[in-house]
Design a protein around this ligand. Structure first.
Ligand SMILES: [Zn+2]
Length: 208
């Protein structure tokens, strides 16, 4: 049995490693409130990674109770999957609310939730980072397909392919929004900021 688990795990890890450069991750904490709750700080993620994990923990502030749908908003749209889990560090967890199809059901005052958002950046032209569109030019390099907005970007890539390996990229401001399913009002909004390495830590310092 142990062997099987180990095998499955190692297959998963090698698949993951093949698909992504190891991703960046961030944690945010927030308060879920009827009148619109806030994150204690924005989540900063470094642009240029092939995948991201955002761990969001939140406490339900009385008197709020209800069902909450979670959406990652921003342009261009990112593909992502949401998972609920027991918080890694949680001294006050009383129960784990049901989570299904991006909705927490029956949140009660005092509940604490932990949510994992696994985010995949969009495919881009590796030279100018423009998000992929239907009319892009396909070019195969070392058995991998890349897409370019113009002949100019394609020839730039062909001149120095080593310089432009990353064809998944995201930059800018997104929001992880928790909507009450009855009123459609936001009960928590977590700013999620993708920025280049220097900019992310710079922006982070301004928050303090
Ligand atoms: Zn381009």
């Amino acid at each position: 049995m142990k062997k099987v688990v180990f095998f499955v795990l190692s297959v998963f890890i090698s698949l993951f490693a093949a698909t992504y450069r190891w991703g960046d991750s961030a944690h945010s904490m927030g308060l879920i409130k009827a009148e619109g709750g806030k994150a204690l700080h924005p989540a900063f993620l470094e642009s240029g990674w092939g995948g991201y994990t955002l761990i969001s923990t939140a406490t339900v502030i009385p008197p709020y109770s209800g069902d909450v749908r979670i959406v990652l908003e921003g342009q261009p749209q990112l593909s992502y999957s949401l998972y609920a889990s027991h918080p890694v560090i949680d001294l006050g967890l009383r129960r784990l609310p049901t989570f299904k199809d991006d909705v927490f059901y029956g949140l009660m005052p005092g509940d604490r939730i932990a949510l994992w958002a696994v985010i995949k950046p969009p495919t881009v032209d590796p030279v100018c980072k423009m998000p992929h569109q239907e009319n892009f030019i396909r070019h195969t390099h070392n058995g991998k397909d890349y897409f370019f907005c113009s002949e100019g970007c394609l020839s730039e890539f062909q001149n120095s392919p080593g310089k432009y390996k990353d064809d998944r990229y995201v930059e800018g401001k997104y929001k992880l929004v928790f909507y009450d399913t009855k009123t459609d009002k936001s009960v928590l909004s977590v700013p999620v900021i993708f920025a280049a390495k220097g900019e992310a830590s710079h922006a982070g310092q301004h928050q303090h």
